[in-house]
Ligand binder design. Structure first.
Ligand SMILES: [Zn+2]
Length: 215
């Protein structure tokens, strides 16, 4: 009986956690509320910026370019979602675009639109159009909530068994680590994480569209 109830509870929780992405139509397994993801992102973003050298966009033309490209991409994304009647999907988004001084060739976007581009990426992208393709790719990971899917996979059983709040309260370090790993910022710095091919294809596909739409 207990087992039956547990199974019922688990399948109900799984049903609740599976939702369809309104843009791609793909079914996604997400355990964490987007608001929770965004508040974790704000915290991690602030911490990251305080621990790294942010290049000021008022004096540096590369940092200014990162902001300009980011603004144009986020604008077309918001317009597209508004046109499709999906603006609520982007609720809570407060876009930020920062260039950080680092040799690493990397860029990412956290839930809520918290973007970082590393100076080490710029010699590879070389120009504004290529930077737009990379930023479009990273923005897609965020707006399609790929990080939530990755975290849900990592924390899955624990969250289902104990409830999200309990899991977050009992294992803050593990939760934070799962969050950082989901965005390629985990403890394995320098190791290319095997992001799911599905996520990368989606990010490439839609990233190119946003970049093209942004001109
Ligand atoms: Zn990617």
């Amino acid at each position: 009986m207990t087992r039956k109830i547990t199974l019922l509870f688990l399948s109900a929780a799984l049903l609740i956690s599976c939702s369809q992405n309104a843009v791609t139509g793909r079914s996604q397994f997400k355990l964490l509320p987007e608001s929770e993801m965004q508040s974790m992102a704000v915290q991690q973003y602030q911490q990251f910026l305080s621990e790294n050298k942010v290049v000021s966009s008022s004096v540096n033309k590369d940092a200014e370019m990162v902001r300009r490209v980011g603004q144009r991409i986020s604008k077309v994304v918001e317009d597209y979602y508004a046109k499709k009647g999906l603006s609520s999907t982007l609720e809570g988004y407060k876009w930020e675009y920062n260039l950080v001084d680092s040799k690493e060739a990397n860029a990412w976007c956290m839930p809520g639109g918290k973007i970082v581009v590393y100076t080490g990426l710029l010699p590879i992208t070389q120009n504004e159009a290529a930077l737009a393709v990379v930023m479009g790719h990273e923005v897609t990971h965020a707006i399609f909530q790929h990080g939530n899917e990755r975290m849900s996979q990592q924390l899955g059983t624990e969250v289902l068994g104990a409830g999200l709040q309990v899991a977050l309260a009992n294992k803050p370090a593990q939760t934070q680590n799962a969050f950082m790993t989901a965005f390629g910022l985990g403890s394995q710095v320098g190791v290319l994480l095997p992001f799911s091919r599905k996520h990368e294809l989606e990010a490439d596909h839609y990233g190119l569209l946003w970049a093209a739409m942004a001109g």
